[in-house]
Design a protein around this ligand. Structure first.
Ligand code: SAM
Length: 329
């Protein structure tokens, strides 16, 4: 098992399939984009499946989430999902996506065995979307969500980041719309992971503020019945339930003590935390001929070194040199 020195066990693997994205969300990257990884640096589909297989069959991984960058941009995605769901024991397989292209891919992904999808949507207003993501693709995201729902990739979850003066007035309408559509909405605090290093604590809309904003339209009560476990979202019953909303207070309400995640970047580096400053290079070892056992050993050692917490509140905190799009969110 992937156990760290604090006794936490990593069972949830986040795999970035590409660092490229077709949006330019301001909290993630600059409008001009980034220097993408050169193709030879990217893991091939076979290399991804080999590492995921080691994780699932030898290291106790039970959940695999494909992300990026934008995972729908990876041409072999359906094949990678099909090969992942064919593993034994079969892991839960999900996707985090901006939804662009899901209208076309939801059905094939469901047929490949994909269990669930999280789609990022920060606004109901196409103009705000364009301002925020620097692309006029709001309608594609809405169509992608509907296609995911129709394909049975439920519960369809939506991730929303609120930004002061941009979309923080949309907390209530976003939740009302999501509930009407049957989607499960989760608000995420903005984290210091943007390539431009523009994050500031003062500008961040905190979990407390999100709950205050929501209380203007809804009566929220903590969902005590549901065991939170390692789930990052604190869940609240909306108007007595059964509808729920999640709030992920990654910065102000960290959940590192229950973290069960480990990440694999698109260029084959194991990261034991979103905010890790060190990585462990499985790609080079794999390409140099390392056996499955040797790769598993490296992976175990990387997780063993996981720190107690992300340390954003520590004066010595350093933002990771890679942005969220390159790590895999
Ligand atoms: N492209 C996909 C998407 O849009 O969901 C997957 C990758 S994206 C990095 C994954 C999630 O991270 C999205 O929900 C996005 O909103 C969120 N995200 C990106 N940068 C963030 C930041 N600085 N703080 C909080 N969430 C962030």
């Amino acid at each position: 098992m992937l156990r760290d020195s604090f006794g936490r066990v990593a069972t949830d693997l986040r795999v970035s399939l590409t660092d490229k994205c077709n949006l330019r969300c301001t909290y993630c990257m600059p409008p001009e984009g980034l220097d993408w990884l050169p193709k030879p640096e990217l893991l091939t589909a076979d290399e991804i499946v080999r590492l995921v297989t080691i994780g699932v069959e030898h290291l106790g991984i039970t959940e695999v989430r494909y992300t990026g960058g934008e995972p729908l941009l990876r041409r072999e995605l359906v094949d990678i999902v099909a090969r992942t769901t064919a593993l034994s024991p079969r892991p839960q397989v999900s996707l985090t996506s901006n939804g662009i292209g899901l209208a076309r891919l939801a059905e094939p992904l469901a047929a490949a065995g994909l269990d669930r999808v999280n789609v990022s949507l920060d606004t109901l207003d196409p103009g705000t979307f364009k301002r925020l993501a620097h692309r006029d693709r709001h309608a594609d995201v809405i169509a992608g969500l509907a296609a995911a729902d129709a394909a049975g990739l439920r519960p369809v979850k939506i991730n929303a980041v609120l930004m002061r003066g941009i979309n923080d007035h949309e907390a209530v309408p976003l939740l009302r719309w999501a509930l009407d559509q049957g989607y499960e909405l989760r608000f995420i605090e903005q984290m210091p992971l943007d390539a431009q290093h523009g994050w500031s604590r003062a500008d961040m809309v905190t979990a407390d503020e999100i709950l205050r904003l929501l209380s203007d339209g809804f009566d929220l009560t903590p969902d005590d019945l549901e065991e939170r476990g390692s789930a990052p979202a604190e869940r609240f019953l909306v108007d007595g339930g059964p509808d729920r909303v999640g709030v992920i207070g990654s910065v102000t309400r960290p959940f590192c003590g229950a973290c069960d995640r480990v990440r694999l970047t698109a260029d084959g580096q194991v990261r034991n935390c979103l905010f890790a400053t060190e990585e462990s290079d499985l790609k080079t070892a794999m390409r140099a001929g390392a056996s499955d056992d040797e790769l598993a050993e490296r992976w175990l050692a990387a997780v063993a070194r996981k720190r107690a917490g992300h340390g954003i509140d520590d004066p010595s905190f350093l933002q990771p040199s890679r942005p969220m799009s390159a790590i895999g969110g």
